[in-house]
Design a protein around this ligand. Structure first.
Ligand SMILES: NC(=O)c1ccc[n+]([C@@H]2O[C@H](COP(=O)([O-])OP(=O)(O)OC[C@H]3O[C@@H](n4cnc5c(N)ncnc54)[C@H](O)[C@@H]3O)[C@@H](O)[C@H]2O)c1
Length: 438
């Protein structure tokens, strides 16, 4: 099939590369000339495990190409994916300017029958709006607009794309339905994973999925706070409730709050839809508020230990990215945490296995960035663990203790066993569990 993917970010690049890898001819188009120039030389704008090899192989074999000429890419291909950003506007609503701009370009370049697939996360009604814009520019155009929200997880995006749990496709057009089924056939050879539905339901499915996941996180963070207060251990509670198949054991880890490019923005966008429809989303408002508060939980613990004034202290921070296996810093809790610590006068020495550059851009220059966890800890008054990178899970504890000026660890991801930390002589604060060694 001849596929064009407009927008070469996390979603567009992964989708384009993976579609090429199953034999399609794919053009990835983006207005960011620097990004495209890099991609032509196999220099990826993002870190995503496994993606580089797929891009390189398919570009080498001639199935994958990159261009800034969006119009030509539309004219030359039959299936057009829209995978541009839908960032939050001032009021939390999804800003659709990029989606609408692409729809206009599609309308201006419509030749033959096109399946226009919206992969960006967009509010209900956007599919209809995209069709309207295309129609304005191509009154006799032959096209079908499909909603195909993406559920990949950054850090595991390639694997998620190649082995999806489900593929949601919203369409009421039989030709588009056949094209989509054919395109996704290679990813569901062992079992049928496509769920066909109407366009508005597909659009809503994406928001409802992210809102549900965000709700589980905020719920556990709130339970964790209460656990700390009443002397319960949230890890035991998590195991206790997760063993109930009605609840399940995924997404029950308390921590420093959710971040990233999707959960915060999608929760806000769904709240905005609810507000505009006169249906306020009370649960999601609470999910959002709990999350804002949770991002400062480690800072509260630092203040509890050292007092309000942190000047003169150097604090090591392990992990900047909003989650492991990515360099994405969008709405990363590390940004809020580091700023709050700096506002109280602390000096910060931060490290991250892959997000040092993006971290520097997001957090600012007034932080010292170092490339190893031990370099960050050297001479620091305490350590904060913010992202649960696997290399932080079992550090050389004696070495860590000897490097820190004070053996104090604020474990924002519950990576370490409190009893073991106490045995080693650390003061260990974690989330929803007893503090030890104080
Ligand atoms: N990142 C994720 O994990 C994820 C997961 C599922 C869904 N989504 C959704 O997918 C969409 C894309 O997200 P992303 O993280 O890939 O965004 P991104 O910011 O990484 O990439 C978007 C790309 O679109 C390009 N672009 C913007 N306007 C354009 C135009 N008019 N023509 C061509 N290119 C244009 C930008 O230059 C950028 O390279 C969003 O709606 C997001 O909510 C993201």
């Amino acid at each position: 099939m001849k596929v064009c993917v407009i927008g070469s970010g996390y979603v567009g690049l992964v989708a384009g590369a993976c579609f090429a890898d199953t034999g399609n001819s794919v053009t990835c188009a983006d207005i960011d000339a620097r990004k495209i120039e890099g991609l032509k030389k196999n220099v990826l704008p993002i870190y995503e495990p496994g993606l580089h090899e797929i891009v390189e192989r398919n570009q080498h074999d001639g199935r994958l190409s990159f261009t800034t000429d969006v119009a030509a890419a539309i004219r030359a291909n039959d299936v057009i994916f829209i995978a541009v950003g839908t960032p939050p506007g001032e009021d939390g609503s999804a800003d659709l300017k990029h989606v609408c701009a692409v729809a206009k370009t599609i309308g201006e370049n419509l030749v033959g029958f096109k399946v226009v697939v919206d992969k960006s996360t967009v509010p209900v009604g956007t599919g209809a709006r995209v069709a309207e814009i295309i129609r304005e520019h191509a009154p006799d155009g032959d096209f079908a607009v499909v909603s195909n929200p993406e559920f990949l997880k950054e850090g595991a995006a390639v694997n998620d794309f190649l082995k999806p749990d489900r593929i949601v496709i919203g369409t009421d057009d039989e030709r588009a339905r056949r094209v989509m089924a054919q395109l996704y056939a290679p990813y569901q050879r062992t079992s049928e994973r496509i769920i066909f539905m109407d366009v508005p339901s597909a659009e809503m499915t994406k928001y409802a999925a992210n809102a549900m996941l965000a709700t589980r996180i905020s719920f556990m963070n709130e339970i964790a706070r209460l656990c700390e207060d009443v002397g319960a251990d949230v890890s035991a509670v998590r195991r206790g409730i997760g063993s109930d198949p009605r609840i399940g054991n995924k997404f029950l880890f308390p921590g420093v709050g959710f971040g990233g490019s999707c959960f915060p923005k999608d929760v806000r966008a769904l709240m905005d839809t609810g507000r505009k429809r006169g249906q306020p989303m009370h649960i999601l408002q609470a999910v959002f508020d709990v999350n804002e508060r949770q991002k400062l939980r480690l800072v509260e613990r630092v203040v509890e230990h050292f007092g309000e004034d942190l000047s003169g202290l150097t604090l090591a921070v392990w992990g900047l990215a909003f989650k492991p296996q990515t360099d994405d810093m969008r709405e990363a809790p590390a940004i809020t945490i580091i700023r709050a610590l700096r506002d109280r006068g602390a000096r910060i020495r931060a490290t991250d296995p892959v997000a040092l550059e993006t971290g520097r851009e997001a957090v600012g220059e007034d932080v010292e960035y170092v490339d190893s966890e031990y370099a960050a800890a050297e001479g620091a008054d305490a350590l904060l663990v913010v992202t649960e990178w696997s290399e932080y899970r079992t550090p050389d504890f004696p070495r860590l203790k000897s490097l820190l000026r004070n053996p104090v660890v604020f474990d924002g991801r519950n990576l370490y066993d409190p009893a073991y930390m106490a045995e080693l002589g650390f003061v260990h604060y974690s989330i929803g569990r007893a503090t030890v060694g104080k």
